[in-house]
Design a protein around this ligand. Structure first.
Ligand code: ZN
Length: 475
């Protein structure tokens, strides 16, 4: 048997692929609370998108299943084992400022522009089309192939939770919802909160009446504010020093007196994703470090000093005693946020991303022990263990071979501190759709997919399906 030219096979069907992609992108599949029913748990648009694909699949004689409106399954072939391809058909809200309407799926400059074009409806069609291609070519398969259609990836992942409660876990799988070549390691992610009861201490020259920074654990706080009471001369001095500090640090901020005579200091940092705290500037930590040397009440001083000693210029957990790293996924990172101090309560939260070969429980135990020195109560709000498929695993080796063959490029293995959809698979990796060097436009206005990339991805997915499902091409 001669080797199949996957790119050529896709090229022959290009018009149909583009037409289906555009049609699918024209369905507005944003979560819609107002149209939720028992049968459509995420609203009408998502349900329509799910129905669209399942109907298409049925018309091509695949076996299909709608899992209570939470997810869909399109299956091909027979066999004991299965290969899963995990996609999602929900999209984030369109937002403002688009050049062409976000659900028109306009084709221009070799791209298709639409909300969901790259994340994740375009790649979903690529995967579905790849499955159709394998079926059409009547290639022999030894395993079942399942296209799993999630509907709640952009919010709470309730789709996959429901799906895997009722349906089997594929033996191996991939999710086309991140980057090419292959992401095989995703760090563990723990969200942890620390709380204290604040007590009113003895009188002091300055009194910190409130300190706050950050709204989400997975973002570096870009704004911190402190409200301070005291004699006017002391407050004036503090205000002057703060302005000087901002100038020296070349940071934005504000110092204003409220009507009641309180001094309000606002420090502006730089926001960044919680998985890359070093690319931001943590406003909470910076403001705490500035305030810590001043003569506030004892309790406030301990709080500010603690924040400074634990987090100032330390985003790897050194001072917390949890710094660690491995070769596969790099160092543990810590993002601190949700800083709160007032007369009643004090606290902060951490978003910790630890290496894939580390036992998360040990890390959390060490953390709890360290923070007990400060009298803090620890609450683990969320914990996702790492996702990791060994570089020698047949899943990884097969996808690497496919990528190298078709792209002629080194199929480098990647690791990430972010959480991709692939981690919900027991043995799964992320495989595309964003090619190296391409701009990531997911969740942005004028989101698009390069038509060339859509074709390439379809060919890669088709061969991947064929190779993983046990077809074997002879040279
Ligand atoms: Zn996505």
């Amino acid at each position: 048997m001669t080797r199949i030219d996957w790119r050529l096979e896709v090229e022959k069907r290009k018009d149909a692929l583009l037409a289906m992609t555009q049609e699918f992108l024209q369905i507005n599949s944003v979560y819609d609370e107002t149209t939720i029913t028992k049968k459509q748990p995420f609203g009408k648009g998502i349900d329509q998108a799910l129905a669209y694909l399942l109907d298409k699949a049925e018309s091509y004689a695949f076996s299909v299943k709608n899992i209570d409106g939470y997810a869909g399954k399109v299956e091909l072939g027979e066999g004991e084992e299965s290969v899963g391809i995990l996609c999602h058909i929900d999209v984030v809200p369109a937002g403002e400022g688009w050049t062409s309407p976000p659900f028109s799926a306009e084709s221009r400059d070799g791209r298709i522009y639409a909300r969901g074009a790259i994340d994740n409806k375009g790649p979903t069609i690529a995967a579905f089309f790849a499955l159709c291609l394998v079926k059409e070519l009547e290639l022999p398969l030894e395993k079942r192939v399942q296209l799993i259609l999630g509907t709640d990836e952009e919010r709470d992942w309730r789709c996959v939770e429901h799906y895997f409660k009722h349906e089997e876990m594929p033996t191996v799988g991939f999710a086309p919802d991140a980057d090419f070549p292959i992401i095989h390691a995703e760090k563990g992610i723990a969200d942890v909160l620390f709380e204290w009861q604040a007590e009113k201490g003895a009188a002091s020259v300055l009194e910190l009446s409130s300190f706050t920074a950050g709204e989400r654990l997975n973002m570096v706080p870009d704004r911190a504010s402190a409200e301070i009471l005291g004699e006017r001369a002391e407050l004036d001095r503090l205000e002057r020093l703060f302005r000087k500090h901002l100038l020296e640090q070349q940071h934005n901020g504000e110092a204003v007196f409220a009507e009641n005579g309180r001094l309000i200091l606002i420090y502006e940092g730089v926001a960044a994703h919680g998985s890359t705290p070093e690319s931001g500037s943590n406003a909470g930590v910076e403001l705490a470090a500035f305030l810590a040397p001043f003569s506030f009440q004892e309790q406030a001083v301990s709080y500010l000093q603690m924040i400074t000693s634990l987090f100032h210029n330390d985003r790897r957990g050194e001072a917390l005693g949890i710094a660690m790293e491995d070769q596969v996924s790099g160092p543990l990172t810590v993002n601190s946020s949700l800083f709160t101090w007032n007369e009643k309560e004090a606290g902060f939260g951490l978003n910790i991303r630890y290496p894939v070969t580390v036992d998360g429980q040990i890390c959390l135990q060490r953390l709890e022990q360290k923070m007990s020195e400060y009298g803090a109560k620890m609450v683990v709000k969320d914990h996702m263990t790492p996702s990791y498929v060994d570089a020698q695993h047949p899943l990884v080796r097969t996808l690497q071979a496919v990528y190298q063959r078709q792209m002629g490029e080194e199929p480098t293995l990647l690791s990430t501190g972010g959480g991709t959809y692939a981690r919900t698979l027991a043995t799964g990796v992320a495989f595309g759709p964003l090619f190296p060097g391409r701009k990531d436009v997911a969740h942005q206005k004028d989101e698009y997919i390069e038509i060339e990339d859509l074709l390439k991805a379809t060919a890669l997915y088709a061969e991947a399906i064929y190779e993983l499902a046990g077809g074997c091409q002879k040279e």
